[in-house]
Write a protein that binds this ligand. Structure first.
Ligand SMILES: *Cc1c(COP(=O)(O)O)cnc(C)c1O
Length: 345
């Protein structure tokens, strides 16, 4: 049986959170705010932001079809990932399990928190078997991190295998869906009502074209979100970010056009790269990037740098020998990349 209380670090379960001025009074009727030692000048920057980002969550709840209490907002997904460690993993004792190759932040956060990170190698088609993940878990395994579509491989992980992990693992399963808007595969976010141990991550950094404002989103049942709220910094999302996030979320038709264009460009760029003699293989993707294997990735990478074109060299990563990860840019940027690759010799 899944028990949240038994999974959470005892000190966090018992924690009495910091109570800010904005927590104690959050009504709208008042007009004279002398409770937070703010300056009366330089409006609106003089005021502390809403610690629970209520307006923004309302907007996200409608777009993502969840309830506001099922949303945590942080300074990038990275804050949500770090909070997962701080809430569930006792340093020097507990461990987490993740896949390899995948997004580097899971392991970095594990190292920072002095938590062991057990990595399970993906198979040749960059996919998982639930059994392989479950068999490396022990009584101290608190969290399994999955990423789908996966970075840097681009593919989604097998839905049935993920379901087996979510249903059979007695701890938390985090599914990072940073690239879900570019994917045609079924999502995990709609499943949070069904699974009390599921946390799904989203971000405004990719499809929503807002990496600079730093806004990451975690979706889970409200008791898990309450733990995030208890442990986070009181004012973790500043007013500039909250305002800019509301603005981009209200421009959904633009964002959908950008996503459609990116998917269209992805198809033609992958086709063209695959035609090059120096390209050995283009891997299937559901994200706004793709992985491709070349004859000599390091040399091609250096050449592209000399041409002012930067891609990600993943050739030293397991299973990614001689691979470059290429982000889909604007039509013009993609043409620039292609003509540079065609001039390579
Ligand atoms: C880019 C990316 C993110 C986004 O991180 P932010 O901190 O929200 O910018 C999250 N997860 C994965 C797998 C990514 O590739």
């Amino acid at each position: 049986m899944f028990s949240l209380k038994e999974l959470v670090r005892p000190n966090i379960w018992a924690l009495k959170p910091y109570s800010s001025a904005r927590d104690e009074y959050s009504g709208k009727e008042a007009h004279t705010f002398l409770d937070a030692n703010e300056s009366p000048y330089n409006n609106p920057y003089n005021r502390y932001p809403d610690p629970l980002q209520r307006e923004l969550k309302q907007q996200i709840a409608v777009i993502k079809d969840v309830r506001p209490e099922q949303i945590f907002l942080g300074n990038g997904s990275d804050e949500a990932i770090d909070l997962v460690f701080r809430i569930f993993c006792t340093p020097g004792r507990d461990n987490v399990v993740t896949i390899e190759p995948s997004y580097g932040m899971y392991e970095v956060c594990a190292d920072i928190n002095n938590v062991e990170c057990r990595k399970v190698l993906l198979n040749d088609s960059f996919d998982i078997k639930a059994q392989r993940l479950l068999e490396v878990c022990n009584d101290c395994t608190k969290v399994i991190f999955l990423c789908s579509p996966n970075n840097p491989t681009g593919n989604t992980l097998n839905h049935d295998e993920i379901r087996t992990v979510v249903e059979q693992f007695n701890g938390i399963v985090v599914i990072d869906e940073a690239y879900s808007e570019f994917s045609s595969q079924p999502l995990w976010r709609p499943e949070i009502d069904r699974y009390p141990n599921l946390i799904v991550l989203n971000t405004l950094s990719k499809a929503w074209a807002s990496a600079g404002i730093r806004l990451g989103i975690a979706f889970a049942q409200s008791d898990i979100i309450a733990l995030f709220n208890k442990v986070k910094y009181p004012y973790n999302v500043n007013i500039l970010t909250q305002r800019q996030a509301k603005d981009i979320l209200s421009r959904r038709p633009d964002v959908e056009d950008w996503v459609k264009l990116t998917i269209k460009e992805r198809l033609s760029l992958m086709y063209a790269v695959n035609e090059l003699d120096i390209c050995q293989q283009v891997f299937p993707t559901e994200a706004n990037f793709f992985l491709a294997r070349f004859s000599d990735a390091n040399r091609i990478y250096d050449y592209l740098v000399s041409q002012g074109v930067i891609v990600r060299n993943r050739s030293r990563i397991k299973l990614c020998g001689d691979c470059l990860r290429i982000t889909i840019g604007s039509p013009q940027e993609n043409t620039t990349l292609l003509s540079a690759l065609r001039r390579y010799c």
